[in-house]
Design a binder for this molecule. Sequence first.
Ligand code: MN
Length: 250
Amino acid sequence: MKILLANDDGYRAPGLRRLKDALSGVGALTVVAPDRNRSGASNSLTLDMPLRVQRAEEDVWYVINGTPTDCVHLAITGLFEHDFDMVVSGVNDGANLGDDVLYSGTVAAATEGRYLGLPAVAVSLVLSGGRHFADAAKIARRIVESLIGERPLPRNTILNVNVPDLPIEALRGLKTTRLGFRHKAEPVIKAYDPKREPIYWVGPAGAGQDAGAGTDFDAIANGFVSVTPLQVDLTDHRAIPGIDEWLQHI
Ligand code: MN
C-alpha cells in the first residue's frame, strides 16, 4: 500500500507531520507538499513556470512554487517510478466546511488523487484553540485503515473529513454529512502601504448559514467528526430540464 501525503499548509506544517506520524506502519508513506503555505490555492496548476522539487528529508519532498495540486499531479504522473494507491491530504490548519471546499488546497490535493484506485481523503482540524492535530491524525488513521481493509467505498470518491478540535476521547463519533454553506464572507480589509497606496486583505469566511441537521457544520458543532463524500461533477442536474426549456426560447 503506497500512500501519498500532501497538504496546502506547506511541508513544515505540524498537521502534516502529525499525519505522517499517525499513518506510519499503515503503508509506505511519501510526502509531497508545497514549500510554503498555499491555503486557498484550490485546484490551481502552475503552468507559467517550471517546478523544482527538493528533498527535505527521507520520503519528504517539497515543491518550490508548487500548489497542492501541482504536488499531487507531479507525484502521480511521473515524479516517482511507482504508482500510489491513495492520497491523504492534511491535517489542515483550519476547517474545510461547506463552501470552503471550493477554495481549499487541502481538498484539492485529495481531488487530484481521485484517479487512483482507492478513495482520496482530505482531513481538516476545525481549530478552536486546542490544536489537537495528533488526535485528528489518529482519526485519519482509523479511516485509512478501514478503507484499505474493507474497501467499502467506490473508487473516485473523495472523503472530506473535518475533526473538532478536541482530544480523541471527547469526540462523539463519526457522522456522514452533506456540505452546508456559509454566509457571504466578511468585508475585505483595507489598509495603506508606506506610499499611501491602498492594499487589501481578503476577509475571514462567513459563518455557517445552511448549518442545520445533516450538514458538516452541524456535526462539528455537536462534537462529531464530519465525513462528507464529494464528487467532482459540479453539474446541477436538477436544473437541466428548466435550462433546456429556456434555451428553446432564446
Ligand atoms: Mn491550509
